[in-house]
Ligand binder design. Structure first.
Ligand code: SF4
Ligand code: SF4
Length: 438
């Protein structure tokens, strides 16, 4: 794609990066076929190619974002299916990330929407506040029935519709909190390694059992696990809201505490059980590339970051202690399959541990979770969830496995089949408790 940035514009490293990305696009449109919003809405401006044009216009003309641009960028899930499909290697993620930051800085949203976004950015990364908000949401759930029902896929859902979506996501009861930062879980048997495990923010409130399963599997295989003290939310949630100052501050704070641990008692890897977080931590090196004080450290941390299945696939797991003939529908989270290109390791681990693993039809399509997307765009998100659940039902599973808490909550909202994390099944197979019973 031909671009017309001025030399002055290209002196800005972000614009230079956008120019490089835009020039790689050859307008072929292959990406439209796998874009969930284009598949659902059929509008070119809700396809990757359409959004690329909108972003190009905005950046090249140095124009403030228009309502039309914001509408179509907001509808993008950042699922990155387009990056998997694109034959020219267009790095859509870095382009849309830049567009979101510009929108956040320059576009004035309606007051209610601004307040909602501020609340999400403030509450979600703070486990204490998030826990409290989930308890309040649980109390307010009966009121959800009184709120207006959605009519059709709205261009921009109203506040009440979004509140209803938020209430629907609150779980029936919250589990007790997991172990605190600073905890260390020694290896059982001869030590083989030492890793940090990301504590996460929403996941540690909604499902601390996931990290407990990871700790069980790791320590059982001779890996010491540390929950690094003073670690924060990875920044993914605010990054996807375009609030990069917040996301970068969190990235820097995490890099500092992880490096201290790596340079102290040593770390072979920083493991992540929420693939949405893993994708962003693996991108810290890019996000902080212009920061003289943090660029090298960020690149080092990104290289240390691994999805739990990526790491478990690299060490030899002991033979399964119990064979199961359960049929597992493996839901490939977008952040894992498109963001990190991890497609085989989770399924291979499950198969090797005695499960019958089935691929879900249309597995490239997002389930509609996408961070805060199912709150901000509930109608599109619900349509994607229903489509995903219908596809999952075709393989008649006993359980559904996924590697991302957002997907797990989203899919569980549309099915009675138990939804568990891949590592919970691996824990069970290697001697831990059976998951999916609560
Ligand atoms: S990230 Fe997903 S929703 Fe956004 S343009 Fe790409 S394929 Fe479409
Ligand atoms: S597939 Fe790639 S090159 Fe083709 S239009 Fe989409 S982004 Fe551009």
């Amino acid at each position: 794609m031909k671009t017309e940035f001025s030399p002055a514009q290209l002196a800005n490293p972000d614009i230079a990066e956008a120019d490089k990305i835009l020039r790689a696009c050859v307008h072929c449109g292959f990406c439209t076929a796998t874009c969930p919003t284009y598949v659902l809405l059929g509008d070119e401006l809700d396809s990757p190619r359409g959004r690329i044009y909108l972003i190009k216009e905005m950046l090249e003309k140095d124009r403030p974002p228009t309502q039309e641009v914001v509408k179509h960028i907001d509808r993008c899930l950042s699922c990155l299916a387009c990056m998997t499909t694109c034959p020219s290697g267009v790095h859509y993620m870095h382009l849309v990330d830049q567009a979101r930051v510009r929108i956040e800085k320059e576009y004035v949203r309606p007051l209610t929407e601004r307040l909602l976004r501020v609340a999400l950015a403030w509450v979600l990364p703070r486990p204490g506040l998030f826990r409290l908000s989930m308890m309040l949401a649980r109390l307010a759930q009966p009121l959800a029935a009184l709120l207006p029902a959605p009519k059709a896929a709205a261009a921009s859902p109203g506040l009440l519709r979004r509140i209803k979506a938020m209430l629907a996501l609150a779980p029936g009861k919250l589990p007790a909190p997991g172990p605190a930062g600073g905890s260390i879980f020694p290896a059982l048997g001869p030590p083989r390694g030492r890793v940090a495990l990301l504590q996460g923010c929403a996941q540690q409130v909604l499902a601390p059992r996931i990290n407990q399963a990871a700790i069980n599997v790791l320590t059982r295989h001779g890996i010491e696990v540390v929950l690094v003290k003073d670690e924060q939310c990875c920044g993914a949630l605010t990054h996807h809201l375009g609030r990069d100052d917040d996301a970068l501050a969190r990235a820097r704070a995490n890099i500092a505490v992880w490096l201290k641990e790596a340079d102290g008692d040593g770390l072979d890897a920083i493991l992540v059980t929420t693939s949405g977080c893993g994708t962003v931590i693996k991108d810290y090196g890019f996000m902080l590339r212009e920061d003289r004080n943090f660029a090298a450290a960020a690149a080092r941390i990104s290289a240390l970051a691994k999805d739990i299945t990526e790491y478990l696939g690299s060490i030899e797991l002991q033979p399964a202690q119990q064979q199961s003939d359960l049929v597992i529908a493996y839901h490939s989270a977008c952040s894992l399959q498109h963001g990190q290109k991890i497609t085989h390791a989770p399924k291979e681990l499950l198969s090797k541990n005695g499960f019958v693993v089935k691929d879900v039809p249309e597995s490239h399509l997002c389930c509609g979770s996408a961070g805060t997307y199912n709150i901000l765009q509930p109608d599109i998100a619900n349509r994607l969830r229903d489509r995903k659940v219908a596809n999952i039902a075709k393989v008649k599973p006993d359980m559904i496995a996924a590697g991302n808490i957002g997907c797990m909550v989203q899919i569980a909202g549309g099915t009675s089949v138990p939804v568990v994390h891949t590592v919970e099944l691996l824990d069970w197979a290697t001697g831990g408790p059976r998951p999916g019973l609560n």
